[in-house]
Design a protein around this ligand. Sequence first.
Ligand code: LLP
Length: 447
Amino acid sequence: MNSLNQNIKPSTLKINKNGNLEIGGCDLTELADKYGTPLYVMDETSLREILRQYKDAFKDYPNINMMYASKALMTQGIARVVDAEGFGFDVVSGGEIYTVYKAGADMSKTMFNGNNKSVDEIGMAIELGVGRFSVDNFLELSLVNEIAKSKGKIVDILLRITPGIECHTHEYIQTGHLDSKFGFDLTQIDEAIGLIKDEYKNLRLKGLHAHIGSQIFELQVYYDEVGVIYKEIKRIKDVYGIELTEVNLGGGLGIKYTSADVPPSTYDIAKVIIESIEKHVKEYDLHEPKIYIEPGRSIVGTAGVTLYTVGSSKQVPQGRKYVAVDGGMADNPRPSMYQAKYSADVANKPNATDKEIVTIAGRFCESGDILIKDIELPKLEEGDILCVYNTGAYGYSMSSNYNRVLKPAMVLVNNSQSDIIVERETYEHLVSLDRVPERLKSAGKIE
Ligand code: LLP
């Protein structure tokens, strides 16, 4: 069976009677008019669809806590939809914890990940009832224990391990191979368990956690990941007589940015994971564990598009034609950071037949600020609305105010209704945290 991450476009995208693109029943040119551009548009139907496809894929394995990796996109509105669909949250910072908490989500279903959690963040996570900690290193083991002790709490933990699995994705987003900043090397597990058993009485070890990378198209790596974790669980049982009952397999399922991408579906990944668990549980004579998964990109990626207004253009003599839009690397750093590729359409004339190959340039002061290289599109003119697909994940969440440009607004569309879920920044927001020392004020020009 297919799932939404295998499509380039949100599931409600169509061409309406005015000949414009619409998503969630909302005409994209009208959204651009009403809210301005750049504009992030999230389709609630698509978001719920993929969440349900994950649940459906794992329905034969009910002992699972599906979590959404907040780092892909976290706002209170998104958290409410995700929580309402029964997902927990993978959180990696005080900011993500706070947002999930403010959204009223079930904190017992959250897991706190990360390789350098601060004392304040650990304290906050314990206070707000975060369900699990994935402990990454020795310092953190001692900190979480100490802070839990000072609050009179026992904290449930998983140990993050580096499983030594290479997957073929961009080097920056691979995490499961041995030379990685994340997690315990398998050779360090005994020391960690020794400390938990003998000294860290405020920690309760529940299981192991691994994450092998992001934008993954292979299934075998998940099969192997389960195998590596199970071998370790078996070893721990043999050596210590403790059977760990929880296994967090991380996230990583890829999405289709362009027609060249062929990711597996949620059903394919669930099948492989369950098969591997069943095989290893039997082989090692263990109990079926509670599984955690924490996909991010595949949940919000396809549901999101970004709208831009077309501005200036430049034809390089005998070279490329650059067409600039009113956003770029600050609202979507992925093309410049990872050479990521995207697909796009023109919202106000999706079917125009007069086409040309152009390069979509951003508005930021860097030659590297190119959103899409060499894409065939209807001939673009100033004022056209460009719709870039698949920007729901790691766009807004990695956005910046580079060049002191304001961050775009985000709307959630559904049933012909659009609601702001993130306000557009204003110049007042931009300067609101600036402070001018008194001595500079008195030096002259600034009142
Ligand atoms: N769990 C852990 C421990 C992770 O580190 C990540 C992503 C996820 C889950 C979610 O992975 P996903 O399902 O989204 O692939 N900024 C990069 C992606 C970085 C991913 C970091 N970790 C990008 O834009 O491609």
